[in-house]
Write a protein of this length. Structure first.
Lengths: 274, 274, 274, 274, 274, 274
C-alpha cells in the first residue's frame, strides 16, 4: 500500500523560468528514458516477482522512489512555465523573443495543461505503457532496469548540459546521482546471483536439448564485403563459460525458398492468384 | 546497402498447421521481444554509431541477420494458417473445434492479411518504433541490446514449450541458439571496453562535478515497515569501483512543499482559482 | 514524496484461478476506466493545481490510494493465472477445456509477463497516458474525475457480474465502494465551489465579450425529419442561471461555401490543380 | 443517415494568416479536447443508446453539429496556412522571421498535407479513437460529455487569447458559445433524470449487496504528515443521500503481504527463481 | 454543414445474434480497411482540396455517405451482441458453448461499451487518425482512396464468407456493391484528368531538373541469386510515356562508406567513443 | 535471407548542416510517406504472396532496395545534425539564431538519439506498423504500393523545395527518381494482369451473387443543395466494363430507424434505462 508525505524528495528551484526547457524536461517525465517508465516498470516487476522475496521488496522500494522523482520533475516543469506568454495582450506583436519562445515550447503546455506538467515526452507524445518491461525472468528484468537507468542518466546529463539555470543544474545533479545508484543496484543483483557466467544465457533454465547449440556461439558476418569485426565476441570462451566464440563468414542460407502456392478461392484474393 | 538471396536463413517446417500458434508466433515478429524490434534497433544504432568503426559493423551485420529472422518467422506464420477456416461452407455449424480455433486465432489473419504474417504482436497490436532504443551511447545501447535478446530468448523458450509441432520446435531451437549468441556478443562489447567497472556509471563521460555524488551510492528504503533487503547493492564496493554502497532507511524529504499559487487570470482556469 | 508499506490495501483471495478472468481484470488496471488512469490523472492534476491548496492535497491523497488499487488488482491477476497451461506437456492434445482457456486468455500473460499482470487492457492494448486529463481548470478536472470514477464503477460492476469466485466478488465489492466515494468527492468539490450554477459555463472566467452569447443557449436540431427531443435542455432557465434554453430547428448554414482556390505551383500538387 | 449542405455552419475569416496559429488550431480538431472526439463520442453513444429514445436523438443531433465544427475549423487551418513558406526560393537565407515561422509551425502542414488541416493535435500527434467514451450507461456518458465540452471550452478560451486576428476571434467566440450550450445540455439530462441524488452512485443499478458499503463514504487521507482537507466531501450527507461522509486518517492496510512463491520450472524464469 | 435523418441508409437485420461476429464486424468500422477511415479521409481531402471545385464536392458527398455506413454497421454490431453472456447467473459453470463465445468475442463489448459498437478493429485496437491520407495532391489522394476501397471490399467479401446469417449477408452485399462504385469513382477521376500517362509520375508538377532521371526507369534486382522477374515493368515504354523500362542486376553501391567519426565530448556518449 | 555491403546505395553530402532540416528529413524515414513503411510493406506482402512467384520476387527485391534508402537517409539526418547546439557553453545566452535552431529542431535529436536519426516522423511521432498494408490480394496491394510511392514522391519533392543544400538536393533527386520507377512498377503489375477492366472490382473473385449489384454503379449525391459533380464517374461505362455509371440524387434512407430498446438489468446501465 502506498503513502505520501507533503514535501518533495528533493528541492526544486528555478531561477530563470524557461518554457522551452520545460518542454525538454518532459522527456525525463514521459519519455522512454523517463521516470514514469521506471516507476511503472519496477512496480509491475515487483507485482510479478517470484523466487526470493527480497528482490520483490527491492523493486517495490525503488518504484516508490521513482514516483517521487516524477513529482519533483513535474514541479520543475510548472515552475519553468511561469511567465510563459499565453495571450497577445502580454506581448508586442512580432516580438522575435516571444516568437522564439512560442516556437520552441510545447503549445499544449498552454492549450491543454494550463502551464503545468503532462505525461508526455519532449515531442508531446504521450507515454505508453508498452515500455514497461516485466518478463517474469529476473535476469531479463535486471538488464531491462539497468538499461532504463543508463538511458535515464544519459538523458539527465544532456539536460544538465542544455540548461544554464543553477537550480535546474542542482536538481539534475541529484537525478544523475540516483541514476548512478540505480544502474548499479540492478546489475548488483546479477552479480549476487552468480554473475554473468551463471546467469547467461537468459533464461538459464532452458534445457540444453531445446537449443540448437551448434548455432549458439558463432558471430554471423552477413556482409558481402566487410571483414569480420574482431573482439571479445569473435574468439575465446563464451561469457557463459559453456563454449567458445567463433565466426561464420559469408553464410549460406540453411532453409528453403519459401512458397505459399496458389490462393484458396474463397479468401478474397484476385482470381489471377488462384 | 542491402542485398537478398532467395532462400530462408533456416528451414521452416510445420507438420500440423495451427492457427492459434500462428497468433502466438506473431509475438516473435511484432512484439517488443521480437525480431522487427532488434532488426531496427541495431540498424538505427549502426547509423548513429560514433567511435571505433568496428562496433558499427557489428551492429549492421547483426541487424541484417535479424531481418532474415523476420523472414523465416513470417513464413512459419503463413504455414500455420494453412487450412484455417475462412468460410462457413467449410465447417459444420457450431462445431466446437472450429469455434475454438476461431476464438483463439487472430481474426485479422483472416480479415486483413489473407492468411499471412502481420507486423503485430500476439494481441494483434501493431509494433511501434518507439521501442527502437538507440541513444548514441554505446554502453546504454549494449545493455539495451542484451536486454532485447534476453527477452527474445525468454519468448522463444515459452513458444517452444507451447507447441508440440516438431518442425516448429526445430525452428525455435535455432532462434534460441542465435539469441544465446546475441546476448553474449553485446555484453562482450562491454567486457572489451574494460568491463562494468570502467563503463559504469553510464555515461562514464559525465564530469563528476555534474553529479551530487553524496547521493550516488545509497539504496533508499522507501518502505515504512519492511526491512531493507540486503545484498550486493547494500554494502561493499560499488560496481564502478569509485565508492561504497550504503543504505538510507525511512528517508525524509529533502525538498519543499510544492505550491504554484494562484492561477493567472487569463489562462482558462476557474475564477475561484485566481 | 511517496512511501510504501508491505501489505495490500485490501485482501485478495482467489478460490478458483481463472486465466480468462485475469484477462478481464486487466481492464481495471490498464483500461481507460482503470486504476493507472485515475492514479496518474489525480497525480498530474495535483502537480498542476493552482488556487486553494486543499484541492491539491485532496488530489494527491486520492492519487496515492489509486496506486494501492493497482497493486492489489495486479496481485489478483497473478493469482488468477495460477495453473494456466504453459506447455503442451501439461495437457492432452486437443482437450477442449484447455483450448477454450487458451483461446480466451491473453496469450501475452504466458509469452510476455510470465503469468503476472501487465499495464494493458482486456484486449492487451497498453495504456497510454493521453488519457490523463489535467487541464489546470478545477471545474473541468472535477468533471473528468467524476466521469473516470463513474466509468470505473460501471466496469467494476460488470466484472462483479462476470465472476463467480467469492474472493473476487469480495475484492470487487470493495472497489465498487471506493468508486462510490470517489465519484462523490469530486462532485462535492463543485458543490463546495457554489454548485453548477456558479461553476458553469466552464471556464467561468471567460469574459462574456469573448463569447457570441446569442449562440450559447439553443439546442440545435440538425435532423431533417426527427422532432426535437424535449427536456430540461430545450426550455426553461439555463443551468448557469444566466439565460433560457431554446431550440433552433432545421438550421441554415451561417457561413460561406469554402474554397481554397488553385494550388501554388511549388507545393507538390498535380499540375491540373494549379 | 447523414446529409450535407455546401456552406459552413459558421463563417470563417482570417485576416492575417499565421501558420503557427494553424498549428495551435489543430488542437481543436484532433486534440483530446477537440471536435473529432466529441463528434465520434456522441455518435457512438447514440448508436449504443438504450432506454428512452429521445436521448439517442439528442446525441445524434449534436454529433451531427460537431461534424460541422470540424469542417469550419479545417477551413480555418487551411486559411491560416496561406502564404506559408514552402521553398527556399521564397525567402532570404537566414531570415529570422521566416525561421521563426518554420520553427513554430507544424512541418507536416508543408510535408504531408500540402497546407491544409490534418486530424492531429497541436503536437502533430494523430487523434486516436480510444478517447471515444461510450459506456452504455447514460450517467457515465453524460458526465463524459460535459467534461469533453468543459475541456473544449477551456481550449477555445485559450485559443481566443492566443490570437489577435479578428476573424479568428469571431469564429472562436462562436465555438465558446456552442460549448456553453453543450456543457449544459448534457448536465441537464442528469437533472431531468432526477439530479445527482438519484443518479449517484453511477451505475445506480448496482445492487447494494454487491457493494462493501462500509467503505463507500469515507475519504482516505493517505498522507503521513498532511491534515485532511476538509470540505463538502469530509462530513455531511453524501451526494446520493444514502449516507454521511466521514474521514479515515493514516489508514492501515487491510490485506495480506503479497507473495507468488517460486516460479514454475517451465515458464522461462531463471533457475534461481524456482 | 452536416445534417442527419432518422433512418439508416440500409436495412440491418440479424437473425441469429453472434457476439463473435460482432467482434469481426468491428474491423469494418474501426479497422484500417473500415468506414471511419474512409469517412475521415474523404472529409479531410475535401477540406484541403485545391483546383477544380467539383472534386471537392465529390469527396465531401462520399465522405457523407461513409458516415452513414458507420451508422448501420454500428447498429449491426449491437444487434449481434444481443443475448451475449454478461453474468454467471445466466450460464451453467463450464458450459463449453458459453466459454467459446466468451473466448471469441471482444471482452470490452461487455466491459466497456455495454453491448454496443466501438471505434476499434477486430483486435480491439482503437482506430487512429494517422491512417487518414490527405496529401493535397489529387493523384496521390485518388490512389489512396481507390486502395482504401479495394481493401474495404476485400474485407467485406471476407466478412460475407464468415457469416451464415442471411441478414448480415444482405447488408454486406450492399457494402460490397458500394465499394465497387467507390473504387471506380476515384480511379475515374484519374481517367478524367488524362489517365495514368498524363498523371504519372505523381506529382506531375515536379520539374524534370529536380529528378535524377537516369535512375527513374530501371528495375533494381537486389537479389544475389534470383533472376529478374520479367514483365511490363522490365522493358517497353514506361507508363508515363516518357522513357523505357530497363533492368539493373546485381547493383553496386553508388555511395560512400558512412562514418560519423568520434562523439563530441559533451553529448553523453561513453568516453571510449570520443 | 538478407546480406549487406558496406557502402551506401547513393552518396550523401551535406554542405551546410541544418538541424531543422534533419527534423524535416525524418518524415522520409519514419513518416507514413517514408521508407520504413515501404520497406516493411513490400516485405510483408512478399511473405504473404500467393499465385505467380515472380510477384513475390518483385516485392522482395524492392523491399531490399527500400532498406538501403533508410540507410542513406539516416546518414543524411546525422550529417545535418553536425554542429547542433547541445550545451549552453557553446552559445551566447539568448542568441536568436541558436534559439531559432533549438526551436525548430527535434529536441529528441539531442536528448534521445545523441545527434542521429530516429524511426520517427517530422513531429517526432514514432512510426507504427499499422501502416503496413498487406492484404493477400495483389490488386489491393499494388494500389497500396503505388499510393505509397506517390505520397513518397510528393514528400521528396517538398523536401527538395525546402532545402538549399546542393548535396541534399542531389540525394533527393535520386529519391524522386526511384519513386518514379516504383510508382510505375506496381501499376505495371496491374497492366500486366489485364489492366483495370479485368482487375476491377477488387477483389475480382467475389461471386456476383454476393453483391447487390443494383447499388454498384451509381454515384450518391448526399448533398441537400449542391448539384452532382459530373465526370467520368457519373455516366458512361464503368471502369470494369460490366455496367454503366449513373447518379442518385437526394437519396432516401433504405433502412429502418434503429432502436435497441431497454437495457438489460445486469449490464451496468442506469436504472432509468431499463
Amino acid at each position: 500500500m502506498f503513502h505520501h508525505s507533503g514535501k518533495l524528495q528533493y528541492e526544486v528551484r528555478v531561477e530563470n523560468p524557461n518554457p522551452q526547457f520545460a518542454c525538454h524536461l518532459q522527456q525525463a517525465i514521459g519519455g522512454i528514458e523517463g521516470e514514469i517508465r521506471v516507476a511503472m516498470q519496477y512496480f509491475f516487476q515487483a507485482m510479478g516477482a517470484r523466487g526470493d522475496a527480497k528482490y520483490r521488496d527491492l523493486l517495490m522500494m525503488t518504484a516508490t522512489e521513482e514516483l517521487s522523482h516524477i513529482e519533483f520533475l513535474g514541479h520543475a516543469v510548472a515552475l519553468n512555465l511561469d511567465g510563459a506568454p499565453t495571450s497577445l495582450q502580454e506581448k508586442a506583436a512580432g516580438d522575435p523573443v516571444v516568437n522564439a519562445i512560442m516556437g520552441g515550447m510545447n503549445p499544449r503546455h498552454i492549450l491543454s495543461s494550463g502551464l503545468s506538467a503532462m505525461p508526455v515526452n519532449a515531442n508531446g507524445v504521450p507515454f505508453d505503457m508498452s515500455h514497461v518491461y516485466a518478463s517474469g525472468n529476473i535476469g531479463a528484468d535486471m538488464l531491462a532496469n539497468a538499461m532504463a537507468e543508463a538511458s535515464g542518466r544519459v538523458l539527465a546529463t544532456r539536460l544538465y548540459n542544455l540548461t544554464d539555470d543553477a537550480g535546474m543544474k542542482d536538481m539534475l545533479s541529484f537525478l544523475i546521482a540516483r541514476d548512478t545508484m540505480h544502474q548499479q543496484q540492478w546489475l548488483a543483483v546479477i552479480e549476487e546471483l552468480g554473475g554473468l557466467e551463471k546467469q547467461l544465457p537468459i533464461p538459464n533454465s532452458t534445457p540444453p536439448e531445446h537449443e540448437a547449440t551448434e548455432h549458439s556461439y558463432y558471430f554471423l558476418n552477413t556482409s558481402l564485403d566487410e571483414p569480420t569485426p574482431k573482439g571479445r565476441w569473435s574468439s575465446g570462451p563464451s561469457l557463459d563459460g559453456r563454449s567458445k566464440f567463433s565466426v561464420v563468414e559469408k553464410p549460406e542460407p540453411l532453409g528453403q525458398k519459401p512458397s505459399l502456392g496458389k490462393a484458396r478461392p474463397d479468401v478474397g484474393a484476385q482470381k489471377e492468384q488462384s
